[in-house]
Design a binder for this molecule. Structure first.
Ligand code: ZN
Length: 114
């Protein structure tokens, strides 16, 4: 459970935030609704969900909270099923996340050359 107001996390069974009294919501719901989208920033976009998930697991392995957002790309209205996958992190983590992603993509390029 998580407080949508101050983002404090609580164990199951607790329904109100001890800090601000806000009603807690399940973590998945919090991430799904992105109640404070201004706190998140897109650090990478791709058309491949597996690539986004690979980056997410690497980022989260490094302690960076990561959110994958799938959405249709409205700039390509002719291509019906083409979805854009965005890798979002908290603004405070953005600089680290970009560095981590760059390292991953660089090392992938190297392994493809070999
Ligand atoms: Zn709270």
């Amino acid at each position: 459970m998580i407080c949508p107001n101050c983002e404090a996390e609580y164990v199951k069974g607790i329904t109100k935030c001890a800090d601000c009294g806000e009603t807690l919501i399940p973590r998945e719901e919090f991430e799904g609704h992105l109640l404070k989208p201004s706190d998140w920033i897109t650090v990478y976009t791709t058309g491949k969900i597996y690539e986004a998930e690979m980056l997410k697991s690497n980022l989260e392995g490094g302690g960076i909270e990561t959110l994958i957002v799938k959405q249709k790309d409205s700039s390509f209205p002719a291509v019906g099923d083409l979805a854009v996958v965005k890798v979002n992190v908290k603004k405070t983590d953005a600089e680290n996340a970009v560095t981590v992603i760059k390292d991953i993509l660089d090392s992938e390029e190297e392994s493809e050359e070999n």
